[in-house]
Ligand binder design. Structure first.
Ligand code: ADP
Ligand code: ZN
Ligand code: ZN
Length: 819
């Protein structure tokens, strides 16, 4: 007989706890536990969680006697050892708990807790014959109530059984899991129409059509389908009904006859593409050389930076590189900033990698996420195209990570914790998995480029655009010198108007970039100068004309438009400055015959709107596109030959040590949308300080010079890459409490880090959502041990502060490598 010893497990549960806790494993579960499996535990008074076993321990903790785990939920680990190592690193590096990393890392369906809500899966058929008795009981309740909380399930069933039952129900697609507090998002599903496989045979199809006797409308429908599927590829039900002018009943009749098939699918999902690689282009000489250099670098270094100017064909190089990894049976992660993850890039890659590729981002529903999770785990999916959280997928054999647009600040997660930088975490993860990392950008971050200079990363430079297209010609327009009738700034200068006119005459397209949305960024009282502010935040309200509101861009609150000054009672207001909405209006006035559209956070709410607009622009059904940052990110349009930057001052006048780097990136990237395919493009930048050094660099496309200029500044003022920054933010509704807490922390850090600490100070916007903000900024020399020590002290101080009743409500947020 086997004698069971005491066995304990360290378990990560999805909560922000200062450390992981230990549970005991009762004898009958000892065979089943292993690192990476989920176990059911009770934490606190009576809360149940599905936690993940991090380690098996064979000695009992000294201080207390652990409770037993209630159940082991998986026969196989749901996460690999390497993922657990990544979680640990992220928690340690970015100063959060492993539970918080777990929250971000795994799909909701895998992390049940007492707060979880089960949602009835509408798409499932109502046939319950495959369910066990307990499963049936829950399914029936779900069908009626549509949602159940875990404690309701517990009441329905024998308590100790709930997790295995729920797990089965999820597997059988009866329900999925939503976490409370999370926005309820359901993926948009659409009914797709396909031809029954039987008629894929052309003779059979011809037969069918030739012998058609009754129901002419159905025949018309079928012909419309055939036409659409040729021109569009995939056909949706609304699309088909519209084209054929038929009714849903007529379509149903065709489906009932087994000629067409209807299938409900999430529009993003890519279920049925064939698994093969189709590469129909050849690299140019310069691209090919770059590819070989990258491969060469990977024989000795883990990380390589591809610095390729805009439209040099970086995507093509990635594609070829990805192919080599797939052929070796390896997996590839291709990361992009969320907003750049458009259908344009998805289409481009799906064309090459078909069913090998999966898309992963935050808009997917839990079922789809679990599906992709499992396919990555099994190795069926070879390439994942995703936003930052795709780094957490359970890759089985990761060979390569591509971080495209590596300079992009949105790789860094802001809220909630973990405040991790996906590019940097990817580099750590790649070293664990012996994978390579390719960073790509036309405007690399100062940090990455510096790492190349230090020989930590390899560097490959691609200086020419594909097809020998020239980089656009950039001209600076001095706003101060433009004659104007308007008071204040002018939005569209005569040279810009003339250039737009020329482009339109040449049947080309124009992009106008303005970094502020809304109509006018603020209103000001003509008499006393009073400016309306948000009640919850220390920011001015932006006037939105179409919605006719004043809106706070920090907390989203909208107010009715103010006509009477709150300070002096007079009625005259002036609109100051201009947002995209106003630019759109001005352009429409100037070019009444042009087709004009706007792309910003207000005009494109859903991901699909964004894609739809991009498509329209691609198809040249829009002449002038006015937009914010959204028009900048990695888009490839053939016929744009003019880009106008409406207000460069707004980009150059930020108070942030990265302002020059950011301004260069933004202007160079937006310029990069001009003249990508045929003929040289033009970029016009309107600014009131035309001699700003960054503008000279942009004008000459001189990244290297920008870098040298920046690096000298950074060195002088002790900013990254020469130091490591940790910013600690204190938030409270009472200004003095946040301030006091910050001072206590500062006092505590003084002994060891007096010289490195700055603050406490209020940020430029010092109140957001009714919380006052105070900040401490710590600039640490790059000594691993000192950094470690500092993090420890910050955490200790935070505990001390929060254990003091007076400051219990103060939120303390450390942010490592803030962007
Ligand atoms: P980048 O990502 O560097 O800005 P893209 O990869 O978008 O550049 O390439 C710019 C354009 O040139 C795209 O439309 C792309 O399809 C085209 N292109 C680049 N390289 C090739 C190639 N080798 N063969 C055919 N077309 C190419
Ligand atoms: Zn007034
Ligand atoms: Zn606000």
């Amino acid at each position: 007989m086997i004698k069971f010893q005491d066995l304990f497990v360290e378990v990560i549960i999805p909560l922000a706890l200062p450390k992981n806790y230990t549970w005991a494993v009762p004898a009958h579960l000892q065979q089943a536990v292993q690192p990476g499996v989920r176990v059911e535990v009770i934490f606190g008074k009576n809360k149940r969680y599905a936690g993940i076993v991090k380690k098996i321990l064979d000695t009992k903790p000294d201080a207390f006697t652990p409770k037993d785990i209630s159940n082991v939920l998986d026969a196989e680990p749901v996460v690999h050892q390497q993922q657990l190592a990544l979680w640990e690193w992220i928690a340690q590096y970015y100063m959060c708990s492993e539970g918080e990393v777990m929250q971000a890392a795994i799909p909701a369906n895998l992390k049940l807790s007492s707060e979880s809500i089960l949602i009835w899966n509408e798409e499932r058929s109502y046939d319950f014959s495959d369910l066990s008795d307990s499963e049936f009981l829950v399914a029936e309740a779900l069908e009626i109530k549509k949602e159940l909380r875990l404690n309701e399930v517990q009441q329905l069933l024998d308590i100790s059984n709930v997790y295995p039952v729920i797990k089965k129900l999820i597997e059988k697609r009866v329900c999925y899991v939503w976490e409370e507090l999370k926005e309820k998002y359901r993926a948009r599903t659409e009914t797709f129409i396909t031809l029954s496989p039987e008629y894929h045979n052309e003779d059979k199809l011809a037969d069918l059509l030739n012998n058609w006797s009754k129901a002419p409308k159905q025949m018309e429908l079928l012909l419309s389908y055939l036409h659409l599927s040729k021109t569009e590829g995939e056909v949706t039900q609304p699309q088909l009904l519209k084209k054929s002018n038929a009714s849903a009943a007529q379509l149903k009749a065709l489906c009932d006859k087994g000629i067409l098939q209807a299938e409900k699918r999430a529009t993003d999902r890519i279920a049925t593409l064939p698994k093969d690689i189709q590469i129909d282009f050849i690299l140019s000489e310069a691209q090919d050389k770059a590819l070989r250099m990258i491969q060469n670098i990977f024989t000795e270094k883990e990380v390589c930076l591809l610095h390729g100017v805009t439209a040099s064909g970086k995507t093509e190089i990635y594609t070829k590189l990805i192919e080599t990894y797939i052929r070796e049976g390896k997996q590839v992660l291709y990361m992009l900033p969320e907003i750049a993850l458009t259908s344009q890039i998805i289409r481009r890659l799906q064309k090459h990698f078909g069913g090998y590729i999966a898309i992963y981002h935050s808009k997917f529903n839990p079922n789809e996420r679990v599906e992709i999770w499992n396919k990555v785990k099994s190795g069926e999916t070879k390439v994942v195209l995703g936003a930052r959280s795709s780094l957490f997928l359970p890759f089985r054999d990761l060979g390569l990570v591509i971080a495209d647009e590596e300079h992009d600040a949105s790789y860094k997660q802001q809220d909630p914790a973990p405040r991790y930088h996906a590019r940097d975490a990817a580099i750590y993860y790649a070293t664990l998995s012996h994978a390579h990392v390719l960073l790509g950008s036309a405007t690399p971050s100062v940090e990455s480029y510096y790492n190349c200079q230090q020989n930590k990363y390899g560097l490959v430079t691609l200086e020419e655009r594909f097809g020998q297209v020239e980089l656009p010609q950039i001209s600076i327009i001095d706003i101060k010198k433009t004659p104007t009738k308007e008071k204040g700034r002018i939005a569209l200068t005569p040279p810009l108007l003339a250039a737009i006119e020329t482009s339109l005459q040449q049947q080309k397209q124009v992009i106008l970039f303005q970094n502020r949305r809304g109509y006018s960024p603020y209103l000001i009282c003509n008499t006393c100068g009073w400016i309306p502010h948000c009640r919850n935040c220390d920011v001015t309200l932006t006037y939105h004309k179409t919605k006719n509101t004043l809106t706070c861009h920090y907390c989203g609150t909208s107010y009715p438009v103010i006509h009477t000054c709150a300070a002096c009672g007079s009625h005259g207001f002036t609109q100051k400055n201009f947002g995209t909405e106003k630019i759109e209006e001005l352009v429409t006035e100037a070019f009444p015959n042009a087709r004009i559209a706007r792309m910003d956070y207000d005009s494109v709410k859903g991901k699909n709107d964004h894609d739809a607009l991009i498509k329209l622009f691609e198809q040249q059904r829009i002449d002038i596109l006015v937009g914010t940052q959204m028009v900048v990110k990695g888009l490839d349009f053939e016929h744009v030959n003019l880009v106008g930057v409406i207000d460069a001052d707004g980009i150059l006048n930020f108070t942030d040590f990265r302002v020059n780097e950011r301004a260069f990136q933004l202007m160079e990237q937006v310029s990069g949308r001009a003249g990508r395919k045929d003929g040289k493009g033009t970029v016009l930048i309107q600014v009131s300080n035309p001699v700003h050094p960054v503008l000279q660099f942009v004008k000459d496309h001189a990244f290297e010079r920008l870098f040298n200029y920046e690096i000298a500044n950074r060195k002088q003022f002790a900013y990254p890459p020469f130091t490591r920054l940790i910013q600690v933010t204190f938030k409270h509704r009472e200004k003095h409490l946040a301030e006091e807490a910050a001072h206590i922390m500062m006092q505590g850090l003084k002994k060891d880090f007096g010289a490195e600490c700055n603050g406490p100070a209020q940020p430029v916007v010092d109140r957001v959502r009714n919380q006052y903000l105070w900040e401490i900024l710590i600039k640490l020399p790059k000594h691993a041990q000192r950094i470690q020590l500092c993090k420890k002290e910050i955490q200790q101080q935070a505990l001390i502060i929060q254990n003091n009743k007076r400051y219990r409500g103060v939120t303390i947020l450390p942010d490592v490598d803030p962007v």
